[in-house]
Design a protein around this ligand. Structure first.
Ligand code: HEC
Length: 202
């Protein structure tokens, strides 16, 4: 059975449980969560592309190499070439070209428009098995290491909130906002056509 099917069944099972408990009690009190205490929200990281939301702290490429070797290398590879998980660097200039010898390779180096997103993503999602376990200094450091391996910042860099926000990514100008949605080809009116799971029949 595919994992998608399993997931769909899991969601259906949870939905059934919710329906059952809602009818069993007189008052459907959900009791989910509590109001965040003062200061709790401060621990929540949400970094914007321009660097707003980046915490204090800093880290060097050299320190980041140590973090990478200890926390990331097993999945992302010795030279950041990927392995169990994504390749992190390389592929610069391969996303928009007609050269069959250069197939598109999507990485931080070739695709991500803002360096601040690396901090945000790594802080919240990596290492995969223990997200949120790295300190802000460690995240600055490993971000600096990745950017240095990608030759986006020099190997003696130290990154903090202002130096990280000032980094210009190679694909920064590769995104073109289209102000004329009315001029785009019409979108297929049935969004379900492309889905593997058919919509419920009425
Ligand atoms: C146990 C394996 C594992 C470890 C260890 C790990 N990662 Fe990942 N990483 C992943 C997986 C799996 C993904 C893809 C997650 C997804 O797409 O939802 C990923 C994705 C990423 C991405 C996004 C890549 C892209 O182009 O979308 C970055 C950046 C990243 N990891 C950085 C790190 C850093 C930095 C560390 C160490 C602090 C680390 N990872 C440790 C498994 C791991």
């Amino acid at each position: 059975m595919s994992s998608t099917t399993e997931r769909v069944r899991g969601v259906a099972a949870v939905a059934l449980l919710c329906a059952a408990s809602a009818t069993a009690g007189q008052t459907p009190g959900y009791g989910i969560g509590t109001r965040p205490a003062p200061g709790e929200l401060d621990r929540f990281v949400a970094v914007l592309p321009d660097g707003r939301g980046l915490p204090p702290g800093s880290g060097s490429v050299e320190q980041g190499k140590v973090v990478y070797q200890q926390q990331c290398v097993a999945c992302h590879g010795e030279t950041l070439q990927g392995g169990l998980a994504d390749r992190l660097i390389g592929g610069r200039g391969t996303l928009a070209n007609n050269d069959s010898a250069k197939p598109p390779m999507k990485t931080i180096e070739s695709y991500w428009p803002y360096a601040t997103t690396i901090f945000d993503y790594v802080k919240r999602a990596m290492p995969f098995a223990s997200p949120g376990s790295l300190s802000d200094d460690q995240v600055y450091a490993v971000t600096a290491f990745i950017l240095s391996e990608a030759k986006i910042v020099p190997p003696d860099s130290v990154l903090d909130a202002s130096t990280l926000a000032a980094v210009k990514m190679p694909n920064r100008d590769g995104f073109i906002p289209d102000p004329r949605p009315d001029k785009l080809p019409p979108i297929d009116k049935s969004p379900h056509k492309s889905l593997a799971i058919a919509p419920p029949t009425k």
